[in-house]
Design a binder for this molecule. Sequence first.
Ligand SMILES: Cc1cc2nc3c(=O)[nH]c(=O)nc-3n(C[C@H](O)[C@H](O)[C@H](O)COP(=O)(O)OP(=O)(O)OC[C@H]3O[C@@H](n4cnc5c(N)ncnc54)[C@H](O)[C@@H]3O)c2cc1C
Length: 482
Amino acid sequence: MSEQPESPRPPTKPRKVPRVLILGGGTVGLYTARRLRRRLGRREAAIVVVDPRPYMTYAPFLPEVAAGSIDPRHAVAPHRFALPGIDSLQGKVSRIEHAARRVEITPDEGDPYWVTYDHLVVGLGAVARTLPIPGLAEVGVGFKNVEEAIALRNHVLGRIDMAASTWDPDLRRRMLTFTFVGGGFAGIEALAELEDMARDAAANYDSVSPDELNFVLVEATPRILPEVSEELGGYTLDQLRKRNIHIHLSTFLNSCVDRHVVLSDGTEYDSETIVWTAGVKANPVLSHSDLPLDQMGRVRCAATLQVVDEDGGVVDGAWAAGDCAAVPDLLNPGSFCPPNAQHALREAKLLGENIARHLRSAEPEAYRHRNVGTVASLGMHQGVAQMFGRFKVRGLLAWVLHRTYHLYAMPTLNRKFRIASGWTATLLFRREVVALGTLHDPRAEFRAAAVPPRSGRSKDGAQGSTDPHIGATHAQESSSED
Ligand SMILES: Cc1cc2nc3c(=O)[nH]c(=O)nc-3n(C[C@H](O)[C@H](O)[C@H](O)COP(=O)(O)OP(=O)(O)OC[C@H]3O[C@@H](n4cnc5c(N)ncnc54)[C@H](O)[C@@H]3O)c2cc1C
């Protein structure tokens, strides 16, 4: 990045080349930047993308990453590779002062600094929408990013390994009980893919029977998959029940302190794995901005993807799209575009076009998109799809549609090719079901070997640290494994 961190003051004179600062390098950030660079040369606009991660994650592939059908590295597009001619800054946006045309960036190391701009694109996405449920913050895991997908896969496989190494029936039951909270698309796909993978893995153990695996879904409403018709939602429910997945509809998670699950229908059990997939909310960093937000914390937008104030007046130089933006759905008057990749991707391309038009003194166009359809994978060779709102597809064909659609939408030819090769290898050699649990605490073995020798020996002559602080530190660090 050529730009040096700047001092916290507003720009005094216009730049020769306007700078477009894109917050978030996810679906919106990546596609807006690429489209803008395609339309405008370096002498027409400088483009800067800010994200704490050096890659864009294609989230629809996360369930397949967790199931081991896609290599995690292939489900992400590295910014430096996918964004030629565009500067990338690694850090978190911590404040937005649009009135002064500046954004504060907090890097992982070093002090926060400010970057100024002429046009701002807000593509900060969403975070998990959680509730203050006792125990959830301590033991729950989300399913929003590739790190969580990798950790969850290793965790699930690790619990099967552990159950296979004990005859204690209570411990086995606890290890082999996996709870998912939230029956929307992300939750159902994550549950179905992981269950499929876990049963596949358990078949390789003499001491664990696939029948011992207990997958549980907890959903607050009376149905699952609100994104598709009731009929298709009901079909999915039947399929999951046939796979012995326990489903609690119209039920809330009341507590999960110490991994003891208490549901609102009176059910109680121990579960080593509690995955929270109960919806998303706009990125909370937006509350540290002077941009106009709606009641749900999303940036208010016009259909042209320009930020607007409460009266509908355009906020000059500010644009937004994706999960963090309230974009009016012109084809369903009165409603907003739902938070999904289908909209985020198309909005982003139009956003790039619109900024280019604006810089060339042309009028921006309005976003208008008819839903192509919804596709979901329910494990190997199983899926559901609803195309153009009407055509309902089930089973193998839906699964093929799911893979074809998302492979098409995955950015860069390089990634498409790698994912397709991985799928072919899995078809030929079956999928990998090994748990690399130590990935999450790679220093554990070295730390144990490197503990400084004690000054003396204990009464029984054994050597080892008696410093309670060392023990405490180790316990703390090890607990980060999952
Ligand atoms: C498991 C899962 C499965 C899904 N499956 C589907 C599907 O099948 N079909 C579908 O249409 N949609 C699906 N979605 C939804 C879809 O992925 C999102 O709607 C889409 O990615 C939104 O794009 P976005 O650019 O708004 O946000 P994101 O793609 O999430 O990008 C936001 C970016 O902002 C960055 N960021 C966050 N905070 C900061 C900060 N403070 N400073 C700087 N950068 C920051 C993040 O690192 C990220 O790169 C799925 C989502 C999940 C989680």
